[in-house]
Design a protein around this ligand. Structure first.
Ligand code: MN
Length: 312
């Protein structure tokens, strides 16, 4: 291991010890702790927050878990996660928590309308993390934030039970694409083995996360893929979903997040893009084969939203 790399690992280890010390101090002081997932949380963010909450609860701590979403609701695919009785709508948080821990949040904007408490800790694995907090535990080599949470739980001396393991595993499979992405290291498989040994039903977790859709989802996927276009000169495959189509299918936008994962399998294009209409705004999801990103944009100037996308 090179000098710079070992220095980076020392930094992560030092920050991890500081986060454990902050959690222990809050526990000793009887402070209430607020765990925050990012806006519209995915399996890694919510799984990480609930796993840490379940662990802290066994230590007798006053806890709340929250995130911003409009409306305030957990994704249908994540309803199986334990500990959701700890969830509170952020608008109901009127007392200032003693300690706030933000999970899987790369920047302050990812908290949306949730503002900080007196002491804010960030636990995250995004290389783009802006270190916006008092104490930032950022490990860009971690496959998921949930994998980092395991180290915290171990340091707190809490044993992994099946509920905890299922939440950690959900984060791990979400961010590694079920162990398909490049972040899937030998350490990821070792952690998965440890989690499976608690008796979790990984087959049921996978089915809940990816293999369960309403029939309207399948019909709409057919329509959205049916109007997809290939732009070889831009190395791009793209399509769109109008709000009326979504409404007719009886679906919400969070349910069709996975559409782009089908489109991005097109071998002729490096980049996949789906435009989704939200009122007058078209939100654009982009995936490249290597990385993923998401941007927000309006239709080209002079083109009304109602006149876009162009008729074929
Ligand atoms: Mn993550």
């Amino acid at each position: 291991m090179g000098r710079a790399m070992s220095d980076a690992r020392d930094l992560v280890a030092g920050d991890r010890a500081a986060v454990v010390a902050a959690l222990t101090a809050a526990l000793d002081a009887g402070d209430d702790i607020l765990l925050v997932a990012h806006v519209n949380p995915d399996g890694d963010s919510l799984g990480s927050a609930l796993a840490l909450a379940l662990a802290l609860r066994t230590l007798g701590c006053r806890l709340r878990v929250s995130f911003d979403a409009e409306p305030f609701a957990v994704l249908r695919t994540l309803h199986f996660l334990a500990g959701q009785e700890l969830l509170v709508d952020p608008v109901t948080i009127t007392t200032r928590p003693g300690l706030v821990v933000c999970l899987d949040t790369a920047s302050r904007s990812r908290l949306a309308r949730i503002t900080s408490g007196s002491m804010v800790v960030v636990v995250d694995h995004h290389a783009s993390n802006t270190r916006f907090s008092d104490l930032n535990l950022v490990d860009s080599e971690a496959a998921s934030t949930s994998a980092m949470v395991v180290d915290l739980i171990d340091a707190l001396g809490v044993a992994l039970d099946a509920d905890l393991a299922a939440a950690i595993y959900t984060g791990l499979v979400t961010d590694t694409g079920s162990f398909r992405f490049a972040a899937t290291t030998p350490a990821v498989h070792r952690l998965a083995a440890r989690l499976l040994a608690t008796g979790i039903r990984h087959d049921l977790i996978s089915r809940a996360l990816w293999d369960t859709h309403r029939f309207g989802y399948l019909k709409l996927l057919g329509e959205v893929l049916g109007c997809a276009r290939l732009e070889p000169e831009h190395d791009l495959a793209w399509t769109w979903c109008a709000q009326a189509d979504l409404r007719n299918a009886g679906l919400d936008y969070d349910e069709i997040e996975g559409f782009i994962d089908t489109l991005r399998t097109a071998s002729e294009a490096e980049v996949a893009l789906i435009c989704k209409q939200e009122g007058d705004v078209w939100k654009v999801s982009v995936r490249s084969r290597g990385a993923s990103t998401s941007v927000r944009c309006a239709p080209a100037s002079g083109v009304a939203a109602t006149a876009w996308p162009p008729a074929s």
